[in-house]
Design a protein around this ligand. Sequence first.
Ligand code: GRF
Length: 223
Amino acid sequence: MTNTAHNQARKRVAVLISGRGSNMMSLVEASRAHDYPADIVSVISNRPDAPGLDWAGSQGMNTVALDHKAYTTRAAFDDALHAAIEDSDAEIVACAGFMRLMTPELVAKWHNRMLNIHPALLPSFKGLDTHARALAAGVRIAGCTVHIVRPEMDTGPILGQAAVPVIDGDTPDTLAQRILAAEHRLYPRILSLFAADAYDIHQDLAHLRAASLKTTMLFSPET
Ligand code: GRF
């Protein structure tokens, strides 16, 4: 297969970030595998000083900084964001620590084509401060979720989840680190399935065709 044919078979993905960008890095690194079904064609940030943007630039990627403060309305920013995504000919948008609420109009333009990762087992702990709230609730299993974006924050068909134990003595930071390591494994895997058209999506549910579970129970504590 020539390089061109190989690239044509891959889905073009724009990644949206606001900060550190470690999830974006995990997607970029996964996409370097010759058989990965998606190419990261642009990294777009609403914060020009996002460290993740520098990293993406250093990797020779196409980066776009769109300072949301330069736009007087959310709709104007979203129009510019949509145009930037379209400029890269992306077919899929992957939000990875993108800390901006989107207008329903923008979400509608990317209906069933925009993914997000959230550091909790949705539908529990939507929104911010998820780790502190999970600890305050005394959950024994925490985790992260990759889902399709719907207009209401942190809702939408769930594509995949990863679970981690909560350990006695955890602080929001230690729990966040454990969940982040799971995020870095989960997101590339789910994007790979999504880009390979492995899901059927019916309204608010996603169904993975030919899914087979190797385990039937997760325990924490294990004993
Ligand atoms: C991650 O925990 C992600 O789930 C949440 O924000 C954090 C972003 O981290 N939405 P990074 O920028 O990907 O390192």
